[in-house]
Design a protein around this ligand. Sequence first.
Ligand SMILES: [Zn+2]
Length: 82
Amino acid sequence: MTKYYVRVKPQLTGENAVHKETCPFLDDIKLKKYLGEFSTCQDAINEASRFFHHSKGCPFCTSEHLSLQQNQLRTWYRFSLT
Ligand SMILES: [Zn+2]
């Protein structure tokens, strides 16, 4: 089981990113809500959706970055910091 957090402030894209406890982006996030422990990322996103309708898994936490282009990743990262 992994601990998951959701970013309270939406990104510029309007989504609330769901992160694992171990995510490198999590340190930069001041307003985050602890969701609980889940065995899959999708379960955590489902839980986050109860609070934030546009919850979405962080590309790093969901391993989506493996299929993302480098520039897409950079765009996502820029959005995640605002
Ligand atoms: Zn993350």
